[in-house]
Design a protein around this ligand. Structure first.
Ligand SMILES: C[S@@+](CC[C@H](N)C(=O)[O-])C[C@H]1O[C@@H](n2cnc3c(N)ncnc32)[C@H](O)[C@@H]1O
Length: 289
């Protein structure tokens, strides 16, 4: 595992596009240790990641259907063909693969090298994914500069509750997203119920997820997430509650967002126009005036 990038000065742009350097990383080294220890378990459908396998029943159609609304036409069988998606914190590729099978070109990134090795290995079983999925072991911060406004959609599923600096994480998501592009997040609300069920029950009593997987302080409410998204020029379209039944092993949608929830936000196109105009006025743009 190469930790060098964790300490290096990362660069990122703020919503006003000024380039700034930050020594902040969104990667928490204790999270890296936790996920590294489980890196060989991703594709065990009955194991530690069973709830993430079954979460695909909700999150894949959620992403697909919201993206299809933005397309005027699509190829039957490959509905997301032509779309570039960044799957941040892709782990072993549980969500990356079905998005690739829907025809999208998906880049999966994860700071844990061992996760990427598992994802690469599993991808090799399905030749259709060879050209559609590219994996990289890196943080989001490390790839922002070379990917400004590159992706039609960004997915961060069950990831934001593991990052150290959510504001920086969202700001970087916004920078790599095309104007009009979609950001999809699934995460856990910060409530008393999520402490009782998400940590005490799931980790300490039922053993649904390994102990120490989650830290309640890192959970985020939909209201707080929405405020960070909006301050970065993203408008929230949908916030939907998700409920996991540990006895059946299935997820279903719920109006109640006090535990898990999914959010879909769209990057404004106006912000980019304003920013471009400001750059032209200040003479910073490469565009001849
Ligand atoms: C609960 S897993 C979710 C994996 C995958 N998104 C899925 O749902 O199947 C969280 C993942 O986020 C990654 N991760 C942790 N901190 C991260 C960060 N700061 N930036 C990107 N990914 C991170 C972990 O290595 C881990 O693979």
């Amino acid at each position: 595992m190469n930790f060098a990038y964790l300490n290096k000065m990362e660069s990122c742009r703020d919503p006003g596009t000024r380039l700034y350097s930050t020594s902040q990383t969104t990667v928490d080294s204790s999270e890296v240790r936790t996920f590294r220890a489980l890196a060989h378990k991703w594709w065990d459908e009955q194991g530690a990641y069973a709830p993430l396998h079954s979460m695909n029943d909700l999150r894949v159609p959620f992403i697909r259907d919201n993206l299809l609304k933005t397309l005027t036409e699509h190829q039957p069988g490959n509905p997301l063909s032509g779309m570039k998606i960044l799957d941040i914190g892709c782990g072993g590729g549980l969500l990356t693969e079905p998005l690739g099978r829907l025809g999208a070109s998906v880049t999966g990134i994860d700071p844990v090298d061992e996760n990427i090795q598992t994802a690469q290995h599993h991808k090799s079983f399905d030749p259709i994914l060879t050209k559609r999925i590219e994996y990289k072991a890196c943080s989001l911060e490390a790839i922002v500069e070379e990917n400004i406004e590159t992706f039609d959609a960004i997915v961060a599923s069950e990831v934001v509750e593991h990052v150290t600096d959510l504001e920086t994480f969202i700001r970087c998501c916004c920078r790599v997203l095309k104007p009009g592009g979609s950001l999809f997040i699934t995460t856990i609300n910060k409530t008393q119920l999520s402490y009782a069920l998400g940590i005490v029950f799931a980790e300490q009593i039922a053993g649904l997820v390994p102990k120490g997987t989650h830290t309640w302080e890192k959970f985020v409410s939909p209201e707080k997430l929405e405020s960070i998204l909006e301050s970065n020029g993203l408008s929230v379209q949908t916030v939907a509650g998700m409920f996991y039944n540990p006895f059946s092993g299935y997820w279903h949608w719920s109006q109640n967002t006090s535990l898990n929830y999914a959010a879909h936000a769209v990057k404004s196109t106006a912000q980019e126009t304003t920013v471009s105009a400001e750059l032209v006025q200040s003479g910073e743009s490469g565009t001849p005036s």
